[in-house]
Design a protein around this ligand. Structure first.
Ligand SMILES: O=C(O)C(O)[C@@H](O)[C@H](O)[C@H](O)COP(=O)(O)O
Length: 224
């Protein structure tokens, strides 16, 4: 198990280098496999990365793209992670990718779990997983001390779960059973507060610091 921590001189360098790394891993996988999957976070950090990645030379029609997690809001809502992807990643060359939308329009996220589990299953193990992290050490929608997190971290959890115990809107999240099997795993964090949170997470239990459940074979990409 290797944890590699890469510190970049600035965010621009991080986004350019990480774009090459993610595109390279997808292309390498596609050389010997018919299809690949790319699972990415929402949030405020990755938009410039997605802009670069959308123009990368990848055989996108053979790539399934999905989110780590989604807020249960309409696809045009400002807090929709799908909105972020449609505007920044699923355009240009990457418009040809197959997008698996975690927001189904069902009234409640739990209603969508069986259909989503079925939609996701053919794309596991994930080829390339990119995670984000909040300053509270949550990743995907696995939040510290949330009632669903213990269940979502269990090895026999279903691949997706509804999360209702967080503020704002309900969410849907991939669980550790889907996320931890990824062939290539990366974490994107930026700013001094996230670096400090990442370091704090090392000594904590995954239920208190959910990112800790993914710190096995992972490359962490950080810039101020
Ligand atoms: O909230 C989401 O939708 C996520 O997928 C989440 O896990 C995100 O990656 C972190 O909250 C970091 O978000 P920021 O980039 O906004 O700090």
């Amino acid at each position: 198990m290797t944890l590699e921590f890469i510190e970049y001189p600035d965010r621009e360098m991080l986004f350019l280098s990480l774009t090459d790394r993610l595109a390279g891993q997808l292309s390498q996988h596609l050389r010997v496999n018919d299809s690949a999957s790319l699972c990415v976070p929402g949030g405020t950090t990755p938009a410039p990365l997605y802009d670069y990645l959308s123009g990368s030379e990848v055989d996108w029609p053979r790539v399934a793209v999905l989110l780590n997690d989604e807020r249960w809001v309409d696809g045009e809502h400002l807090r929709s992670n799908g909105r972020l992807l449609r505007r920044h990643l699923l355009k240009d060359k990457a418009a040809a990718a197959r997008y698996i939308d975690l927001y189904t329009g069902d009234e409640r996220p739990e209603d969508a779990v069986p259909a989503l589990a079925e939609a996701i299953a053919p794309h596991l193990p994930l080829t390339v997983l990119l995670l984000g992290m909040g300053t509270d050490m949550h990743t995907a929608s696995l939040f510290p001390a949330a009632s669903e997190t213990v269940l979502a971290l269990a090895p026999d959890a279903p691949p997706v779960m509804a999360v209702n115990s967080v503020k704002d809107e309900p969410r849907i999240t991939l669980t550790a059973s889907a996320l931890r099997g990824a062939i290539n795993t990366h974490l994107l964090i930026a700013g001094a507060d996230k670096r400090e949170a990442f370091e704090r997470a090392q000594g904590l239990d995954p239920t208190e610091a959910p990112i800790r459940a993914f710190l096995g074979d992972i490359t962490v990409h950080w810039a101020e």
